[in-house]
Write a new protein. Structure first.
Length: 216
């Protein structure tokens, strides 16, 4: 009973905090120090066994992270462990799905050549859309991943993502009409801008080439 009461209290406290953040101009009204302190307190009483209600609240909190200043966002992720765990789980799932797609699609295309480019099967980009769409639907992964996992997990996720995005945007699709691939390519370009665009521009090609060179 005590554990159930603590869980309910934590959920109520997080719900009230989220309501403040979701209010008009909410993030601008929340003091960073107070926000981080509240999240630390909630994390201390949060129970590791997730319920549908707690999962919903964690996701709603995550959706507010993009509205905060970057420094505040990173401190908030570090303060509230369940959010970091949620992001880490999503990163691992995305990496696994993207790696499966890469293995299946690029192996099938490895012997195909068209004007010097590998040729993807017609349905390859359609299969890629689902894992990319899942990332798009939880934009807080981008805001939070730097503090949600260790360096190995971050690199594994980014490497899988970069390889899939490069394949989606650079390789030829088998067939005379690849117009069906356009929405997937647009989504890939959007995620590339989100995860790999720095003030100096798109760093995905140079980062990916450098990372792959380390593994040769």
């Amino acid at each position: 009973m005590a554990a159930a009461g603590a869980t309910a209290a934590a959920e109520r406290g997080l719900a009230r905090l989220i309501e403040r953040l979701e209010a008009e101009d909410g993030p601008e009204k929340v003091q960073p120090g107070r926000l981080v302190a509240e999240l630390k307190d909630l994390s201390n009483i949060w129970r590791p066994t997730p319920s549908p209600r707690s999962q919903e609240l964690v996701q709603r909190l995550g959706c507010q992270m993009a509205r905060l200043a970057e420094g505040t966002c990173l401190k908030a992720v570090a303060a509230f462990g369940p959010l970091g765990e949620d992001v880490k789980r999503r990163m691992a799932l995305a990496a696994a799905c993207l790696n499966a797609w890469l293995g299946e699609s690029l192996q099938a295309a490895s012997d195909s050549q068209e004007q010097g480019c590998r040729v993807l099967a017609e349905d390859a980009l359609e299969k890629l859309e689902e894992p990319l769409r899942r990332l798009e639907e939880v934009p807080y992964v981008f805001c939070c991943y730097r503090r949600a996992a260790d360096a190995y997990a971050r690199v594994r996720f980014l490497l899988s993502l970069a390889l899939a995005l490069r394949a989606a945007t650079e390789q030829t699709v088998n067939g005379d009409d690849d117009s069906a691939a356009s929405p997937v390519r647009e989504l890939a370009e959007k995620l590339a801008r989100q995860f790999f665009h720095l003030p100096q521009g798109n760093v995905m090609p140079s980062w990916l080439d450098g990372r792959l060179a380390r593994y040769d």
